[in-house]
Design a protein. Sequence first.
Length: 319
Amino acid sequence: MKRIAFTAHKMAGVIETPDFSGRLQPTEIRGRTLVTLVSPGTELNSGYLGSDFPSHPGYASVFQIEDAGSEVRDFRIGDLVFGSGNHAACQQADQGDVIRLPAGLPPEVAVFARLAGVSMSSLNTTIVRPPATVLITGLGPVGILAGQIFGAAGYDVVAVDPMPSRQQAASALGLGNTRGTVEVEELRDRIHLQIECSGHEQAVLEGCRCVRKGGEIFLVGVPWRRKTEAYSFELLREIFHRYVSVRSGWEWQVPVRPRDFAMNSIMDNLRTGQAWLAEGRLKVDGLGGLYSPERAQEVYSGLLDQSLPTPTAVFDWRL
C-alpha cells in the first residue's frame, strides 16, 4: 500500500507499506482513499521538521467503502465516508469513527470538516454567546474556518493576519472585517472572545489588551517555538487586571462520541462541519489545491517556505 512518509528532516515521499489485508473486526470498514488533507501546522512542525523518522502524517481522509465487517449496519459497500486516517491509499476504521458524506458534497471539500472541527470545540465550550464580538488571530486554514464558523453562529467577527495573501483569502471566503494588525486602542473592550490560531505569543498579549473584562481567550494555535522577547510579566499583568480567562483550545476537551450529560462531541462537530460545507455556510474555495501524493516533497516544502499558492493542500489518491 502506498503511504506518504517523512523519511528524514525536510524530506517527504511515497513509500510502500503492508496492505490492510487482515480479517475485519465485526464493526470495521475498509476502502480505497479518494483524498486526504494536509494539516500544515501539525504536519510541518511535528513531522516534516521533526527528528523521528520514518513517520506517517495525516488525520483527515475521505474513502469509499469496499469491505465491511459482519455487524456493520450503518453503511453499505460503495458509500463515501469521512474519517481520520493517514495519507495512505487505503483506510480502515470502526464504523463509529466515520461519517457518510452528504449527497453531492465533493470529497475534496468534505475533507475540510476535519480542520473545521478544531475550533468547533471552542464554540462548544465558550461562555461567550452571540452576538458578541470574536477576534480571530492567525488566518491559516484553521483560522479562516474558525472565522466562518463563529460568523455562521451569529457572532461579530474581526479577523487578523499580517500576511496580505491570507487576508485576501479570508475576505474571499466571506470574512468582512479583515485586517493586518490588532489595533489595540480601537478594539480595547470591544472583544468578548479571542480565538488565537497563530501560535504567536504577541497575538495573545494583544488579545488580552483588547478583550473586555472577564473575556475569554482560547489558545487554538500551537506555540511551536518562541517568537518574541516579551516577558511573561506583561501577559500575566494583563490577565490579572483585566480578569481574562485564558483557556486551551485543545479540541479533544469534548468527548469523541455522544454520551449522556455531554452536550457536544467530536463526531457531532465533524458531522456539523460536513453539513455546513454542503449547505455553503462554510466555504473552502482556494484553501487547498489538489496534488498527486507523488508530489509530497513539493507540497511540504512549498507550505514551509510559503511558495505554495494555497494555505494548505489536498492529496488526490485518484490521480
